[in-house]
Design a protein around this ligand. Structure first.
Ligand SMILES: *Cc1c(COP(=O)(O)O)cnc(C)c1O
Length: 408
C-alpha cells in the first residue's frame, strides 16, 4: 500500500515537472566522435590552422557541391572578408533586412560603407523581393545584396539573383541559419557570389566558434584566403618555397586575423559527417510541433517549398493577443515558469539604438519586420533533444494557452 502511494506520487506530472531541470533553448549536439577528434588534435601538437582545416574545407566543398570552401573563425569574419573581397568601401551601399542579427549589417560599417535596409515577408521573415526592387530602383550606389535565410528557410534566390543581375550587384548570403538548406533544388552555398556559414555554439553545425565561406569565384577565394591571415601572400610563399628558406613569407596587404584552429576544424569534420542525421532529427521535431500545435491559437512557421531543404535552425511561432489571448512577453514568462527556455529572433535592427540613430529610422519604417518581431517566440529545437524534451515543450505551450485565444 505504501509502495503504491510512493509510485503514484512519482507519476504525478506536477511533481515531475518541479524535479526536472529547466530545458535550455539551445544546446550543441557533441558526441564521443567529436571528443575523440579534439583529443587527437591536442596530442598532435598542431593546434592552429593546418591539415584539419584543409580536410574540413574539402569535406565541406564535397557536401555542399561548391568550388571553394574557406575556414574562418566566425560567420561575421566570413561576411566581412567576402564584402572586402567584393571591393566594398566608403560611398558604397549594401542592402539587407533589419530582421537579422547585427553581425550581418555591422561588417558593412567595418568597411566604411552604409547599410540600406528593406522589409521582409511577414511569414517567412526573409527579404521581400518587391521591397528589394524598390530599394534597388531608388539608389545607384548599391554594391551588394545580403539575403539572410531566416531560421534555415531559403530566401527566393532565383528572384534575388535576377535582380542582382539586372542592377549589377553582387550577392553575399548570410547563411548562419542555413546548413543544410536549398532554394529551388540548389544548395545554399552554390548560388550566390559568396556565402558565409556559422559554426557558433547554437548553430546547426557547431565548433564553439567558427565559420566557412563558399564561393565559385577564384579571385574572391584568393583574396579571402590572403586577407583571413594577415595579408600573407601564399602564392608568393609557394612560388619561392623552392629557392627561398622555409622561414620566408611576404605580406602584401594589411589583412585580418580570422583563421580557424585545427581543434575547431577537427570537431567540424565530425559534425559535418553527422549533418544529415542532425537535420533529420530537427525536421522530425519541427513536424511533431506543427502537428501538436495545429489547433492552437498561434501562428506556425511556414514549411519549405516541396523538394527544398529547411535547416530548421529555429522553430518560430507567432503569439499575439488578438489571436492567442495573450501577448508574446507573458507567453515567454509562462514557458519559463514551466521550465522551458525560449528566445526571440530577432529584435529588428532599425529599433536598436545604433542603427536607429545612424539612419534616423522610425519603428514604422519596416512594418512587416515590426509585426513579425512583436509575435516571435523561438521554441527549443536541436538534435540532442529527447522525445520527452519535445513532449515537455508541447505540454508547456498547451498549458500556457489553455483557455486562452480565439481558436480554443
Ligand atoms: C549567428 C549569426 C551570425 C553570426 O555568426 P558568428 O559565427 O557568431 O559570427 C550572423 N548572422 C546571423 C543571422 C546569425 O544568426
Amino acid at each position: 500500500m505504501e509502495r503504491m502511494l510512493v509510485k503514484d506520487h512519482l507519476r504525478c506530472p506536477v511533481s515531475n515537472e518541479l524535479k526536472l531541470p529547466p530545458l535550455p533553448f539551445a544546446r550543441p549536439d557533441i558526441g564521443i566522435g567529436e571528443e575523440r577528434a579534439a583529443v587527437e588534435v591536442l596530442r598532435t601538437g598542431w593546434l592552429t590552422t593546418g591539415p584539419k582545416c584543409r580536410e574540413f574545407e574539402s569535406a565541406f566543398s564535397e557536401y555542399i557541391g561548391c568550388t571553394h570552401s574557406l575556414t574562418v573563425n566566425s560567420c561575421t569574419a566570413g561576411l566581412h572578408l567576402a564584402l572586402e573581397a567584393c571591393g566594398v568601401g566608403p560611398g558604397d551601399l549594401v542592402i539587407t533586412t533589419p530582421y537579422t542579427f547585427t553581425a550581418t549589417a555591422e561588417v558593412v560599417r567595418y568597411l566604411g560603407a552604409e547599410v540600406s535596409f528593406c522589409d521582409v515577408n511577414e511569414q517567412t521573415r526573409n527579404i521581400d523581393p518587391q521591397s528589394l526592387q524598390q530599394v534597388l530602383e531608388n539608389s545607384r550606389d548599391i554594391k551588394v545584396i545580403m539575403p539572410v535565410h531566416f531560421a534555415g528557410l531559403a530566401c527566393d534566390m532565383k528572384q534575388i539573383m535576377e535582380l542582382a543581375n539586372q542592377y549589377d550587384c553582387k550577392v553575399i548570403e548570410d547563411a548562419a541559419h542555413a546548413l543544410p538548406c536549398s532554394s529551388d533544388g540548389r544548395m545554399i552555398g552554390t548560388i550566390a557570389d559568396a556565402t558565409a556559414f556559422s559554426f557558433y555554439a547554437t548553430k546547426t553545425l557547431s565548433t564553439g566558434e567558427g565559420g566557412m565561406v563558399t564561393t565559385a569565384d577564384d579571385e574572391l577565394a584568393a583574396r579571402i584566403k590572403k586577407m583571413r591571415l594577415h595579408g600573407i601572400d601564399r602564392d608568393v610563399f609557394d612560388r619561392y618555397r623552392g629557392s627561398k628558406p622555409s622561414w620566408y613569407y611576404e605580406i602584401v596587404q594589411a589583412g585580418f586575423k580570422y583563421n580557424m584552429t585545427d581543434l575547431a576544424a577537427a570537431i567540424g569534420i565530425v559534425q559535418l559527417s553527422r549533418i544529415e542525421e542532425m537535420r533529420s532529427r530537427r525536421e522530425d521535431i519541427a513536424n511533431h510541433y506543427s502537428d501538436a500545435f495545429s489547433r492552437l491559437p498561434i501562428e506556425l512557421p511556414p514549411p519549405p517549398p516541396v523538394g527544398d531543404l529547411h535547416a530548421w535552425h529555429l522553430y518560430v511561432i507567432g503569439v499575439y493577443p488578438e489571436l492567442s489571448g495573450m501577448g508574446r512577453d507573458d507567453f515567454i514568462v509562462s514557458l519559463a515558469e514551466l521550465g522551458i527556455g525560449s528566445s526571440v529572433h530577432f529584435i529588428p535592427l532599425h529599433i536598436q539604438p545604433y542603427w536607429r540613430d545612424r539612419y534616423s529610422l522610425e519603428p514604422t519604417a519596416f512594418p512587416k519586420a515590426m509585426s513579425a518581431y512583436r509575435k516571435a517566440v523561438s521554441l527549443p529545437i536541436y538534435s540532442s533533444m529527447t522525445d520527452a524534451d519535445v513532449e515537455r515543450v508541447i505540454h508547456a505551450v498547451k498549458t500556457t494557452l489553455s483557455g486562452k485565444g480565439s481558436k480554443s
